[in-house]
Ligand binder design. Structure first.
Ligand code: ZN
Ligand code: ZN
Length: 172
């Protein structure tokens, strides 16, 4: 099992400029609040691949890759949804390189892996969490799950009260 790492001291890797290191780690990600619903991140320990390239002047170019699932209700039918999300994110931190080359996740060579992984997952998640891409959702009239109800599900349209009024009129 890969070591659990919430954060990582990049300085301790003792990489020289131009050197790189690949680390397979595990990170714990907190549940998401999304669209008023709660989504647990699966698995509990997400295997993460971290690539570190040391640049000059104690700078680091970082790449993180992992897959995780969000476990919670489908936003259309409220059934169980468990989309798997692939994350591939990069960060550059170059001390003295100005704001653009400063990563918010690296402070004094300490990489906040957990915060980075969580934000990267949040950015990669779909606009809607669905049980399947073609989820039919709930019937707007009776609330039945249309994935289960079948294609014949429907309702007699209510007669428009204005037509009833017209019928009462005597046209002769
Ligand atoms: Zn659904
Ligand atoms: Zn219905």
């Amino acid at each position: 099992m890969a070591p659990l790492a919430d954060s990582l001291d990049l300085g301790r890797l003792r990489l020289g400029a131009g050197e790189g290191r690949r680390l397979d780690l595990e990170v714990r990600l907190d549940p998401f609040e999304y669209g008023g619903q709660r989504y647990a991140v699966e698995p509990a320990r997400v295997p993460v691949r971290l690539d570190i390239s040391r640049t000059t002047g104690n700078g680091n170019a970082l790449r993180i890759r992992f897959e995780a699932s969000l476990d919670g209700p489908c936003m259309r039918c409220l059934g169980e949804a468990r989309p798997t999300i692939a994350v591939d994110a990069r960060e550059v931190d170059q001390p003295g390189g100005g704001e653009e080359l400063s990563s918010p996740y690296v402070v004094e060579q300490e990489l906040d892996l957990r915060a980075w992984a969580r934000d990267a997952l949040a950015l990669a998640q779909p606009a809607q969490v669905l049980c399947s891409e073609d989820c039919l959702g709930l019937c707007p009239v009776c609330g039945e799950d249309l994935n289960l109800a079948g294609p014949d599900h429907g309702h007699e349209s209510e007669p428009d009260p204005r037509w009833a009024k017209l019928k009462e009129l005597k046209l002769d």
